[in-house]
Design a protein around this ligand. Structure first.
Ligand code: ES4
Ligand code: ZN
Length: 326
């Protein structure tokens, strides 16, 4: 069995991908030219050469600089469309997409511009490419809870376009409880809840515990460190919570694909899923994440099938919709 072909051809779901993290250098240059935004580099190749991430802050700096080229509705449409074309080419049949509205409204882009561009691309991709997707609004955790609440209010006219809310960006000194009120309100609006608990961040076990006990999330993004605490692990198992792990993203931050940890999760019957996080920056989309992971961890075809099935099981779809994929 050719594992690379097996992985590539399998219908898959992606549950942890930041739309702004799918901005390819070529689109970045095209939008910079169109919008008259100066770039620090002369070519897309030079830009990629400057991608030297070694921890979360060093990544986030380049990530936020990159998205300054996104101004008009058509820019958000193009970003989303290009990702969905790429995803469909990798046999992704369903995707849940994160976006970071605060990173754009802070630059004077309106919430309506952002979400309308994204939504129109989702509709076109469903019609023309047959790829289904849903949108998750993320709050930037280094910003205030008040700002997060304002953005939840900005989203009120667009609630049917959102499936859930998330929490991302700089985890240090920004615990889940900082956003307890915002997430309680989101839950009351029938939105699903997830939060990043990135690998090896300060107080990560406390953050995972807060996600489980106080915020009552429906999923955890990353969450790999839960393996270090049997109590947390058991809760994740009991609640049947999905963990959206991103191997190649982890390699940039912790110099490991975390294949040993992923194997342990499978052994514990945790609903671990494989995802790409910021594929344009980490230079690897979903198939490449699976292929690299399989090579490093020597995972069997059955292990791969289990992880792909897990992503459909913990997707924020109705049971009837999930059953179409399984
Ligand atoms: C992110 Cl790798 C990572 N961690 C936290 N927040 C993020 N937003 C986009 N990528
Ligand atoms: Zn992420």
């Amino acid at each position: 069995l050719d594992m690379q072909q097996f992985i590539s051809e399998m219908p898959k779901a992606e549950l942890h991908v930041h739309l702004e993290g799918t901005l390819e250098p070529e689109l970045s240059f095209a939008l910079a030219t169109k919008n008259n935004i100066p770039l620090e580099y002369k070519t897309p190749e030079q830009l990629v050469a400057a991608y030297d991430f070694h921890d979360l802050p060093s990544f986030l700096k380049i990530y936020y600089a990159g998205m300054n080229v996104l101004i008009n509705e058509s820019d958000f449409y193009q970003l989303t469309w290009d990702y969905l074309v790429k995803a469909a080419s990798e046999n992704i049949v369903y995707a849940e997409l994160f976006f970071d509205p605060q990173a754009h409204t802070s630059r004077g882009v309106s919430f309506e511009t952002i979400i309308t561009g994204i939504h129109k691309a989702q509709l076109d991709a469903e019609q023309k490419l047959g790829i289904n997707s849903q949108l998750i609004m993320c709050f930037l955790r280094e910003l205030s809870a008040e700002s997060a609440m304002e953005h939840l209010k900005l989203a009120m006219p667009y609630l049917p376009w959102l499936v859930g809310v998330g929490l991302d960006s700089n985890e240090r000194d920004n615990p889940p409880t900082k956003f307890a009120e915002v997430f309680a309100k989101a839950r009351a609006l029938d939105l699903k809840l997830t939060m990043h608990c990135d690998v090896n961040q300060l107080n990560t076990l406390n953050h995972i515990e807060q996600c489980l006990d106080e915020i009552q999330v429906d999923r955890i993004d990353h969450g790999v460190n839960a393996l270090q605490d049997p109590v947390l692990l058991e809760k994740i198992k009991q609640k049947k919570l999905g963990l959206t792990v991103c191997p190649i993203s982890n390699r940039f931050v912790v110099q490991s694909l975390t294949s040993a940890e992923i194997r342990q999760m499978l052994e514990h019957n945790i609903l671990v899923t494989i995802n790409s996080d910021d594929p344009a920056y980490f230079r690897a989309y979903l198939n490449e994440n699976f292929i690299e992971l399989q090579k490093e961890g020597q995972f069997s075809a059955q292990d791969i099938v289990t992880m792909v099935e897990n992503s459909f099981k913990v997707a924020w779809l109705k049971d009837s919709e999930i059953n179409q994929y399984l």
